[in-house]
Ligand binder design. Structure first.
Ligand code: KIV
Length: 282
């Protein structure tokens, strides 16, 4: 059992043993910082998982996964869109707030949705500040390499930690480039270098040729977080709905660790039958 020491600032009663003065500390639990995550590079492979609401944030944290991404994949797996492209800043804040409320220690990365950082540095900064102040984001993630390096610099200069994201970038994949594995080595290396040089503390490599992902992981000083990019990355991220079997259109690289969707349907069917047959309430 954990013992709790209560430290009081009150003077001891006459005759009581004087205890050394210690200032009373606020009971806030500090979250894992961006720099603590960056320091994992080359030491410890780590898992990252998405969450979009308080209970699932809590499950992820209770499972010992201390880096949570509130991805704009919320658009596909929760909001019923076909793409992430329509997701708005307000929708991201709504979901990220819930994840922040449901967790206490995890580092919460919040995705900047399409259009929230494309117009100007000022616009990107205004939206990223909303993520931090309103949603409790510990850091933000944005898609793009060389072309978004200036935005990453603007955010990090303002003290907002940034995660980069290269390879398949779903916000624009449906507008042209598609979801095929990225194999253009020169371009991927240039993008990765630009993201690191701009000040990102980690970078997602999505559906990147595993050999190139390995080369990028060797080349960079910041952790690479792979998704469909092979085993050489410093971390692996999965969308929680893919991992738990709660989404019917999971990509082939995702591993399903449970079939919560079937469990839910079975339970709901039993409830429906009980009500129809008079088995509930009993
Ligand atoms: O939105 C998301 O969930 C992501 C991951 C797939 C990396 O960006």
């Amino acid at each position: 059992m954990r013992s709790v020491v209560v430290i009081s600032n009150e003077r001891p009663a006459d005759g009581a043993e004087a205890r050394p003065y210690e200032p009373i500390k606020a009971a806030t639990v500090r979250r894992i910082t961006a720099s603590a995550i960056a320091r994992r590079k080359g030491k410890q492979r780590f898992p990252v998982c998405t969450a979009y609401d308080a209970p699932f944030g809590r499950f992820v944290e209770e499972a010992g996964i201390d880096v949570i991404l509130v991805g704009d994949s919320v658009g596909n797996v929760v909001l019923g869109y076909d793409e992430t492209t329509p997701v708005t800043v307000d929708e991201m804040i709504h979901h990220a707030k819930a994840v922040s409320r449901g967790t206490s220690r995890a580092h919460v990365i919040v995705d900047m949705p399409f259009g929230s950082y494309h117009v100007s540095d000022e616009d990107a900064l205004r939206n990223a500040i909303r993520m931090v102040k309103e949603a409790g984001a510990c850091s933000v993630k944005l898609e793009g390499g060389v072309h978004e390096a200036e935005r990453i610099s603007a955010l990090t200069a303002a003290g907002i930690p940034v995660v980069g994201h290269i390879g398949v970038t779903p916000q624009t994949a449906g507008l042209g480039p598609g979801y095929k594995m990225r194999t253009n080595r020169e371009r991927l290396l240039a993008d990765a270098r630009a993201v690191e040089a701009a000040g990102a503390f980690a970078i997602v490599l999505e559906v990147v040729d595993p050999q190139i992902a390995g080369e990028i992981t060797q080349m960079l000083h910041i952790p690479t977080i792979g998704i469909g990019a092979g085993a050489a990355c410093d971390a692996q991220v999965l969308v929680i709905h893919d991992l738990l079997g709660m989404y019917p259109h999971s990509p082939s690289f995702a591993k399903r660790y449970a079939d919560i969707g079937s469990v839910a349907v079975t339970a709901l069917r039993a409830f429906g039958d009980d009500v129809r047959n008079g088995g509930f309430p009993s």
